[in-house]
Design a protein around this ligand. Structure first.
Ligand code: FAD
Length: 504
């Protein structure tokens, strides 16, 4: 066991754990974070990837949550303009639909006005018989509203928070599962187990349980508490199909069963369609899209698109579980999306903060609220600082993405336009650091399929804790959509060999 006593030990490397760790270390606390698998390998890579207020939550009168989330859209965009960007959404109006047009317009009026919008354009009405957004839709859809929200590369936002936390001095451990946490003489004694089965001991003044869908599991397993039923697990699945439309705008569809669904331009050549909403009882790690969900998503999208979406069109699908705070709502769609923070610890007992619920969009505000509770528990350090900060690679003008791509292409003329655009999307100003002094593609080393090179793989191993092909192909990048199974296996062989050399 090291002699160090951390102020805070965070369990869980999803968006909430990484966001809290980053905020805390930036305020001067000493912080350790353990993630049992890869960063964002839980819910935080399985979302719809929207930085959004959540138009639908207005129906459930969640005004506080919607307002806070709307305000975060431009704050997050400025923090990381490479991985977060604005998107326009087209919401077709249905005659005789569940929600009358005036009600939707009223919701959008609130959406435009309660969230401190400065740069994002407001709502407008579209004539789908003339606007290109009407082209892929069935001709019955003649009118739509178009409004603003944002898009985020969820898994990259998580790892960038982890990196920034580590660069500011936090001990950040990937593939370290917390197996026990026990109070001892006013401190926490925490044990983690690494991927090789080796156990490590840590001490901390406070624990933050940000284990997402596993938050009750951690309370029951690592802390030995058997009365833990705080979260309701709600499964949500998405399908990815070859692109259904060229327009850069996304669609917001209202299904006849009252649910809503998005069809979003994805990774240039694809369309992302989701999500479903159903209670889930199993192990969160084993969550998979069901055949019924695939059928539902295809059928629901086919109600709108002139050309139907078939199950045979699916090129990839993913599924995740929302760890929602269990407020006793009867339907999964109605359970609150707001977060709840519960601080425990009687005087003299080392405190623990449990994090329930939340959204990607509000992770930074959740972090600030968590830091208030941490201040109450172990004494205040520093001040809120993350609004106005930048995540790694995000140090360029908020609307400067195109200019960054031009600069990178000018400096490295051998990059194809698509490759340069991808590198800036993923690494922002750090793309040039990865490419270094390369003068040709060959200088970037071995190629692993699509445009993945050894230089990028090395960066991901050294700076972003990547260890497996899945980490790289499905979380640090989405090149899994473009490489073959053989190429993925060869990448795994390369990573295993590199890890063996490092361990020797
Ligand atoms: P997680 O990301 O699951 O992180 C918890 C981590 O804890 C995991 O990585 C896990 O491996 C780790 N862990 C667990 N036990 C241990 C242990 N013993 N030791 C160490 N580590 C441990 N939000 C939005 O803002 N916009 C959206 O568009 C959106 N869409 C969504 C769509 C779906 C289908 C779903 C499921 C969610 C969506 N969300 C969205 C919500 C958002 O994704 C989640 O609120 C958020 O990702 C939860 O993050 P988390 O850090 O709490 O949990």
């Amino acid at each position: 066991m090291s002699d160090q006593v951390h102020d805070i030990f965070v369990i869980g490397g999803g968006i909430n754990g990484c966001g809290i760790a980053r905020d805390a270390v930036g305020r001067g606390y000493s912080v350790a974070l353990a993630e049992m698998k890869d960063f964002a390998s839980g819910t935080s890579s399985a979302s719809t990837k929207l930085v959004h207020g959540g138009l639908r939550y207005l129906e459930h009168y969640e005004f506080r949550l919607v307002r806070e989330a709307l305000m975060e859209r431009e704050v997050l965009w400025a923090m990381a303009p490479h991985v977060i960007w604005p998107m326009r959404f087209v919401l077709p109006i249905q005659k005789g639909g569940l929600r009358p047009a005036w009600l939707v317009r009223l919701g959008l009026f609130l959406y435009d006005h309660i969230g401190g919008r400065k740069r994002l354009p407001g709502t407008r009405t579209l004539d789908l018989t003339r606007d290109p957004a009407g082209k892929p839709l069935k001709p019955v859809y003649r009118r739509a509203f178009e409004y603003s929200d944002g898009w985020v590369d969820d898994a990259r936002m998580v790892v960038l928070n982890a990196r920034d936390a580590a660069e500011r001095g936090a001990l950040v451990l990937a593939r370290h599962r917390v197996v026990s946490a026990r109070r001892d003489s006013g401190l926490w004694r925490i044990e983690t187990e690494d991927a090789e089965g080796v156990r490590h001991a840590h001490r901390a003044r406070m624990v933050v349980n940000a284990a997402g869908p596993w938050v009750d599991h951690v309370l029951a397993g690592a802390l030995g508490r058997n009365d833990s039923h705080n979260v309701r697990l709600v499964q949500g699945s998405h399908i990815v199909v070859k692109k259904k439309f060229d327009d850069p705008r996304a669609y917001f569809f209202q299904n006849p069963d009252g649910r809503i669904m998005f069809a979003i331009p994805y990774e240039n050549d694809f369309t992302l369609i989701g999500t479903t909403d159903r209670d889930y009882k199993g192990d969160p790690r084993q969550v998979r899209i069901s055949a019924e969900e695939e059928r539902y998503l295809c059928a629901a999208a086919s109600e709108y698109f002139a050309e139907p979406v078939r199950e045979a069109d699916i090129v990839w699908a993913y599924s995740g579980v929302r760890p929602l705070y269990d407020d006793g709502a009867s339907k999964a769609q109605e359970a609150t999306r707001d977060y709840v923070l519960k601080l425990e610890g009687n005087s003299g007992d080392a405190p623990i903060l449990n994090v329930f619920g939340g959204k990607l969009t509000t992770y930074r505000r959740l972090g600030e609220s968590a830091l208030e509770k941490i201040g109450e528990a172990i004494g205040v350090k520093g001040k809120p600082w993350t609004a106005g900060s930048r995540l790694p690679g995000g140090g360029f003008a908020i609307e400067g993405y195109e200019a960054e791509v031009r600069t990178l292409s000018g400096r490295y003329p051998f990059l194809s336009p698509a490759f340069a655009a991808r590198l800036v999307r993923q690494y922002g100003t750090e793309a040039g650091v990865i490419l270094g002094n390369a003068r040709s593609l060959d200088d970037l080393g071995r190629r692993f399929g699509a445009d993945l090179t050894e230089a990028e793989v090395r960066w991901l191993m050294e700076k972003e804790w990547a260890r497996t092909a899945e980490d790289i192909l499905w979380r640090r990048t989405k090149l899994g959509l473009r490489v073959s199974a053989e190429e993925a296996a060869a990448l795994d062989d390369y990573l295993n060999a590199a890890a063996a050399v490092k361990a020797a």
